[in-house]
Design a protein around this ligand. Structure first.
Ligand code: 13P
Ligand code: SF4
Length: 303
C-alpha cells in the first residue's frame, strides 16, 4: 500500500472513531502529515488538557502519552508502539528522586516532562524546554531547587538565570550526538546561517549557538527571522515542519545522526493497526496520576 493510501485509511478510521491524532515535532513526516495537531511537549500537554475527545492517538514517546492521559483522564489514550520510550526519562526512577529529596528536604523539585509519571508524582512542578526558564524564575530566590532529570537543560537554565540548581546525571543521547566541532564545521559550510539549538544539547554546544529554544521555539524563530539559512541542532524530525512552514529558506542539520530511534518507531502502518485494534492503551494508576497532575497543572500556569 502506498503511503498516500495508508494516510487516507488512517484519516478515515480516525474520523469514524472520533480519534484525535496528536504528534510530536520529531515524528516521521508521514505521521506528522496525518495528525490533527503537531507540536512541542508543552503545546501537546496544553492540547491534551483542553481537548474534549474521548479517544487520543498519541504519536510521540511514552512520557508524552502518559502526560496526555494524566491531563485528559477520561479519554482513552492509545500509543501506536508501546516500545517508544525516552532513554532520558528512564535515567531517573522514583526511588532515586526520593533519595535526592531526602538529602535536600527543603528543596523545590522541578521536573522536566521527560520523566515517568512516578517521578512527576514526587515533584512540585513540571517544566518543558519551552517554559523551564519561567518555571525556575518563578521560585523564590532563597529556595533550593532540585532540577531533574536533564543535566543539560538544567545547566542552560542555571546559566541563564544565574541560579544554582541541584542536578541529576540524566541526558538525551540523541542531543548529545550534536558536538561543538560539528556546529563549527556547519558554520564554515554555511557562513550566513543562524545556528539554533535545543537546550538538551550540552553546554559547550548551547554556548556557540545564536539561539537556544524548544522545538516550537525553533519554529517560531525561523519564521520570524529575516535570515535565509539556518543550522539546526536538534532531532532531525523537526526539519520537516521547518521546510514546510518556510518556503524559500534553507535548513541544515548540525548532524544527521541526531535521530531519536524511539520517536521514529511510529509508522503509518502502526497508526492504522492501533486504531483498528484499539491498542496500545496508556494507563497511569490513579494515585500516581493525581499527584503528577498537580505538578503538571502548575507547569501549565507558565505557558
Ligand atoms: P520539545 O518539548 O522542545 O519539543 O522537546 C521534547 C524532546 O523530547 C526533546 O528531545
Ligand atoms: Fe528522549 Fe532525546 Fe528522544 Fe527526546 S530526543 S524523546 S529526550 S531520547
Amino acid at each position: 500500500m502506498t503511503s498516500d493510501s495508508l494516510a487516507a485509511k488512517v484519516r478515515e478510521l480516525a474520523s469514524r472513531k472520533g480519534a484525535l491524532i496528536l504528534a510530536h515535532n520529531y515524528q516521521i513526516a508521514e505521521v506528522q502529515d496525518v495528525a490533527d495537531f503537531v507540536g512541542d511537549s508543552l503545546e501537546l500537554a496544553k492540547k491534551a488538557a483542553e481537548v474534549r475527545s474521548d479517544l487520543i492517538l498519541f504519536c510521540g514517546v511514552r512520557f508524552m502519552a502518559e502526560t496526555a492521559k494524566i491531563l485528559s483522564p477520561d479519554a482513552l489514550v492509545l500509543e501506536p508502539d508501546p516500545n517508544a520510550g525516552c532513554p532520558m526519562a528512564n535515567m531517573l526512577n522514583a526511588r532515586q528522586l526520593q533519595h535526592l529529596k531526602d538529602l535536600h528536604p527543603d528543596a523545590v523539585v522541578v521536573t522536566y516532562v521527560n520523566s515517568s509519571a512516578e517521578v512527576k508524582a514526587l515533584s512540585d512542578v513540571c517544566c518543558t524546554s519551552g517554559n523551564a526558564l519561567k518555571v525556575v524564575a518563578g521560585i523564590p530566590a532563597d529556595k533550593e531547587i532540585i532540577f531533574v532529570p536533564d543535566k543539560s537543560l538544567g545547566a542552560y537554565v542555571s546559566g541563564m538565570l544565574n541560579r544554582k540548581l541541584i542536578f541529576w546525571d540524566g541526558y538525551c543521547p540523541t542531543h548529545h550526538r550534536i558536538t561543538p566541532d560539528a556546529v563549527r564545521q556547519a558554520r564554515r559550510d554555511h557562513p550566513n546561517a543562524k545556528v539554533i539549538v535545543h537546550p538538551e544539547c550540552t553546554p559547550d554546544v548551547t554556548a556557540v549557538a545564536d539561539e537556544v529554544a524548544s522545538t516550537a521555539g525553533i519554529l517560531r524563530y525561523a519564521i520570524s527571522s529575516t535570515a535565509k539559512e539556518f543550522v539546526i541542532g536538534t532531532e532531525i524530525g523537526l526539519l520537516h515542519r521547518l521546510a514546510i512552514e518556510n518556503p524559500g529558506k534553507f535548513f541544515y542539520p548540525v548532524t544527521r545522526f541526531a535521530d531519536c530511534p524511539n520517536m521514529k518507531l511510529n509508522t503509518l502502518e502502526k497508526l492504522l493497526w492501533s486504531l483498528e485494534d484499539m491498542q496500545y492503551e496508556v494507563t497511569v494508576p490513579a494515585n500516581i496520576a493525581d499527584k503528577a497532575r498537580t505538578a503538571l497543572n502548575r507547569m501549565l500556569e507558565y505557558v
